[in-house]
Design a protein around this ligand. Structure first.
Ligand SMILES: Cc1cc2nc3c(=O)[nH]c(=O)nc-3n(C[C@H](O)[C@H](O)[C@H](O)COP(=O)(O)OP(=O)(O)OC[C@H]3O[C@@H](n4cnc5c(N)ncnc54)[C@H](O)[C@@H]3O)c2cc1C
Length: 207
């Protein structure tokens, strides 16, 4: 029985395609990327998006492949064959950490603007939760989002943000209000290009 319980013939075909991709397009470059201290995530994600790997479990309406959970498992299992830890983490954040909240809770505008391009590999995504004084204890986070007309002004610091130096947008957790003793932490989506240059500067410090 073993894997047959979860993976059919089509899953195994996808597994082979991902394995080939890892062998030919990623592993030969890992030493070079390690040496440079950076991997070309936009190029890499574009290639993966074109092959349909990034959005494999997401609805076709939003640029995904509309396949089941086990296809995503196959992609992530094969990424474990990459000869370093950072690239599998970068891919997992793009597929499975920065994008699910948009898919589950985002408006159609957010899905068009952020989700679809991220699944196609046109935008690099990051998730910004951790702060210098808030790791495991997420409720301790201090970053505050203050409503100012039709947008929010963010004040705070984030750290350890995978993909942060190259991300085009962040799925970010911030504090907005205290209602009857309960702190409200909505997810915000922030584009990298900001009309406020100070935001852009502090962004790079977050990475
Ligand atoms: C490779 C990597 C990538 C990351 N990428 C991201 C990212 O993309 N986005 C993001 O937001 N964050 C990211 N992080 C941060 C990660 O989420 C935090 O490191 C994690 O939440 C732990 O927080 P901390 O490092 O501050 O450790 P702490 O919370 O200070 O914990 C230190 C130690 O104390 C233990 N501990 C903590 N609280 C308790 C308790 N109440 N009882 C018992 N033991 C406890 C922990 O288990 C741990 O061993 C990344 C981290 C790593 C290592």
């Amino acid at each position: 029985m073993g894997n047959d319980l979860y993976f059919g013939k089509e899953h195994e075909q996808v597994r082979k395609a991902v394995r080939d991709f890892v062998t030919k397009e990623i592993n030969p470059h890992v030493d070079d990327w390690e040496e440079k201290g950076i991997a070309p995530l936009h190029d890499l994600f574009k290639k993966m998006g074109d092959l349909g790997f990034l959005g494999i479990r997401y609805d076709e309406k939003w640029g995904g492949e509309g396949l089941d959970y086990w296809y995503e498992t196959v992609v992530l299992e094969e990424c474990a064959r990459i000869h370093c830890g950072g690239i599998p983490m970068a891919i997992a954040v793009q597929m499975n950490m920065a994008t699910p909240a948009i898919y589950d809770f985002g408006s159609d505008y957010l899905k068009e603007t952020y989700l679809k391009p991220a699944l196609r590999g046109d935008l690099v995504a990051a998730i910004a939760v951790t702060e210098p004084d808030a790791g495991s204890d997420v409720a301790a986070l201090k970053t505050f989002a203050k409503k100012d007309g039709d947008h929010y002004i963010l004040n705070g610091s984030k750290t350890f943000i995978t993909n942060g130096t190259q991300a085009d947008f962040l799925t970010l957790l911030a504090r907005t209000a205290m209602i009857r003793g309960i702190t409200v932490f909505p997810c915000l989506w922030c584009p990298r290009t900001s009309p406020d240059s100070r935001s852009a500067k502090s962004w790079t410090n977050w990475a």
